[in-house]
Ligand binder design. Structure first.
Ligand SMILES: C[S@@+](CC[C@H](N)C(=O)[O-])C[C@H]1O[C@@H](n2cnc3c(N)ncnc32)[C@H](O)[C@@H]1O
Ligand SMILES: [Zn+2]
Length: 270
């Protein structure tokens, strides 16, 4: 796998501390080790993606292991699907929790290279600082800086993406593993916010150019008792904006028992 230039689509090669294409476009490697391949004119805002507050809340919360079983499940699935020398991508990787743990779990499985991409520079900076075995870049999932057929598997955990890009960068026979909210995900919080909460769809997603080969749900109940953990839980989700300050303080004070329902699907590129 090699990066392509976000300006002219020619291959980028790394020399010293920068990636360069034959048209002399150059992208510095940051001190944390990531490369920013999101040209200014392709940014939708000054600081696109999840903001720093959400990112730090997510990192603190995930650090406590509340979603570790999901990470373990992803690692097992990728390991079962992989066959030696592989290029993997975590698209919309955030602060790198799943990406870093994936790289760690696969480090003895042949020559596997794990990449992470996110549009948020804050997220990628945090990720690259902590997970040195992963190659991170700042870029948009809608216009990725990768050559055609670059990846054997791509994971996408609660992140947006563009189907044509996934079709382009995943090799024939390769896999896309998606994690999205199942029907009962975060049900308790929804009952606090909405008078008539609605379940997420349980439909299987069918993606053009892919065959759905596996679909399952990973359901559990988490018990979050410490106020700081509850605050991080709320702040890493869009619910933070929907709850009043009083509701938030009450939840932090009394703790939260909440349903987790992850819908995990494996799509094979055909
Ligand atoms: C809900 S978070 C999930 C992060 C990570 N996968 C996780 O589960 O911890 C969604 C992520 O998608 C990123 N994102 C949003 N729009 C994006 C885009 N157009 N391209 C790449 N990443 C994007 C956000 O910055 C954020 O990190
Ligand atoms: Zn170029």
């Amino acid at each position: 796998m090699s990066y392509i230039c976000p300006l002219c689509a020619e291959p980028l090669s790394q020399n010293d501390k920068a990636y360069k294409c034959e048209n002399r476009h150059s992208f510095d490697v940051a001190k944390e080790g990531y490369v920013n391949l999101l040209p200014v004119h392709k940014k939708s805002s000054i600081d696109p993606g999840d903001n720093k507050e959400m990112m730090l809340a997510r990192r603190e919360f995930l650090n406590k292991g509340f979603y570790q079983h999901l990470s373990g499940k992803i690692n097992d699935l990728v390991s079962e699907l992989s066959h030696g020398a592989e290029n993997l991508l975590d698209i919309g990787c955030g602060e790198g929790y799943y990406t870093g743990r994936l790289a760690e779990s696969l480090k003895n499985n042949g020559v596997i290279k794990v990449h992470g991409l996110d549009i948020s520079k804050t997220a990628v900076k945090l990720a690259a600082k902590r997970y040195k075995a992963v190659s991170f870049c700042v870029a948009s999932a809608f216009d990725t800086p990768f050559a055609n057929d670059s990846f054997d598997s791509v994971i996408r955990v609660y992140a947006p993406s563009e189907l044509t890009e996934l079709q382009r960068i995943i090799k024939e026979g390769g896999f896309l593993i998606t994690v999205s909210p199942g029907p009962k995900h975060h049900w308790f919080l929804k009952t606090v916010i909405y008078s008539e909460p609605k379940k997420n769809s349980d439909d299987n997603d069918s993606l053009d150019g892919f065959k759905l080969v596996q679909s399952e749900r990973l359901q559990s109940l988490i018990n979050i008792s410490e106020a700081s953990d509850v605050a991080n839980f709320l702040n890493m989700t869009p619910y933070a904006w929907k709850l009043t300050e009083t509701q938030k303080s009450q939840l932090c004070e009394q703790g939260v028992k909440c349903e987790l329902d992850f819908k995990i699907q494996i799509h094979k590129r055909c």
